[in-house]
Design a protein around this ligand. Structure first.
Ligand code: UD1
Length: 421
């Protein structure tokens, strides 16, 4: 298995282009299942998770072709041949469960394996099931698969989610576009990826209001058409690379970054003494004066601080002046990076969902590995300013969510290389 070797060094300087959002693209791709006409996505990220979703759509009979070096995805679901999302594909990625709502809406039935994905907690699907059942689906679990059918078709309903789940909101909104009548979804997730999905569905002819708020109203239509849609910028990749100069020092401009995607995160950077400036081309981060200050961070659904940036923020706080508290409220088991950062000399104490990080002067390079995507990149970020060499193994996690990570960080002067196994 490949590994990534980072040698800690001096300040970073330059630009990093931000790709289209993985999590938006993974919700947009299944939207093709709702229509017989083509759906084309531009600004798609080049990631293994996108390939997994492509394989899943193809296994259902959809055409999915990647063009222009993977940045354009041309899809068509004119002739679907299957409604079964197989365990072999779904276990690789939890977002595979986003085919459930579209398949029930379009075909009247679906068999979807329960998902795998990052090992960061139990991650059940009860809210997806609750919402789809409200729309009239009948869903049973047997032999590891959800068996869903909607013999009389889906009907609009009032749905109030107990928790603003991103995936459940996406599945319910997609299914409701083809349901009869009006669906009102309350306590809906407000993430920018949901706003992006709704914009695309609207371009396909769906009637939806309220995206970006916690109340989304969907007026069902008989059919959806085709569309071409540009995937929104990846706010998690953006936040990740904004942390690189915050950790290693220097000045980095993240091209395509937009403040409204990362406001709560930028608020925390500012509190830690890191400067962020909006430029014509994106967001520029400057950090030249010593160690960042310790801060407390609580992860929350959007617009709060994103759980997907918690591990990377911890990497920065390892060398902050003072003691920081990180409170993880979204996933119950999302501190697997903490013991690895400790191997690099960090002082971290984890108790349940709370981590206390006492900043040290400097981290030291070490061989490390991580068991999920965001944890892996946090170790690379930590390695950028550590003394000596950090070797990060299990690189396949990174390939799921960060395109060209070595090229992008080298572009700003980092000493980093991928070593083939
Ligand atoms: C999405 C993102 C993921 C991000 C997460 C939270 C994608 C592809 N992935 O994941 O990167 O970390 O949002 O911002 O977009 N839950 C239930 N029952 C359910 C559904 C979820 O209890 O039916 C729980 C989960 O176990 C978890 C929490 O709700 O503890 C958040 O999950 P959710 O918002 O659904 O996240 P995902 O859509 O899986």
């Amino acid at each position: 298995m490949d590994s990534i070797v980072v040698t800690g060094g001096g300040p970073l300087q330059g630009e990093i282009p931000i790709a289209g959002a993985k999590n938006a693209c993974l919700a947009l791709m299944p939207a093709t299942l709702l229509s017989e006409e083509p759906l084309t996505l531009t600004n798609a990220p080049r990631l293994s998770d996108i390939k997994t979703m492509t394989t899943l759509l193809q296994s259902l009979g959809a055409e999915a072709t990647s063009l222009q070096d993977g940045q354009v995805l041309a899809m068509s679901s004119h002739d679907l041949t299957s409604s079964r999302a197989d365990y072999d594909i779904v276990r690789k990625m939890r977002a595979s469960n986003l085919v459930l709502g579209p398949l029930i809406a379009r075909m009247g039935h679906a068999e979807v394996s329960l998902p795998g994905g990052c090992a960061i907690g139990a991650r059940p699907m009860d809210l997806h099931i609750f919402g789809l059942e409200k729309l009239g689906a009948e869903i049973e679990l047997s032999e590891g698969y959800l068996h869903a059918k909607a013999p009389g078709g889906l009907k609009g309903a009032q749905i109030d989610l107990d928790f603003a789940s991103v995936g459940a909101t996406e599945n319910i909104v997609m299914a409701a576009t083809l349901a009869k009548g009006t669906t009102v979804l309350t306590n809906a997730a407000r993430e920018p990826e949901i706003v992006d999905l709704v914009r695309c569905l609207r371009a396909m002819g769906a009637e939806i209001d309220g995206e970006g708020t916690s109340r989304i109203e969907i007026q069902g239509v008989d059919r959806l058409g085709g569309a071409t849609h540009q995937v929104v910028a990846d706010r998690i990749e953006l936040g990740t690379y904004m942390l690189a100069p915050a950790i290693a020092g220097g000045e980095v401009e993240c091209l395509g970054g937009r403040m409204e995607l990362v406001e709560s995160f930028v608020g925390k950077l500012n509190e830690a003494g890191i400067e962020v400036e909006e430029t014509k081309r994106g967001l520029k981060v400057t950090h030249t004066n010593g160690r960042p200050k310790a801060i407390d961070v609580t992860t929350e659904p959007f617009p709060g601080f994103p759980t997907d940036l918690q591990a990377q923020m911890m990497a920065m706080l390892c060398t902050a002046e003072g003691s920081s508290q990180l409170n993880e409220t979204i996933f119950e088991n999302r501190f697997m990076h903490a013991p690895e950062l400790t191997r690099m000399g960090a002082e971290i104490e984890v108790q349940g969902g709370m981590a206390t990080v006492t900043g040290v002067d400097k981290l030291r390079g070490a061989p490390v590995m991580a068991t999920d995507l965001r944890a892996s990149i946090s170790l690379i970020l930590a390695g950028l300013a550590a003394e000596g060499e950090t070797v990060v193994s299990r690189v396949y996690h990174l390939d799921r969510g960060y395109e060209h990570v070595v090229r992008k960080l080298r572009g700003v002067g980092a000493q980093i290389e991928r070593v083939k196994a």
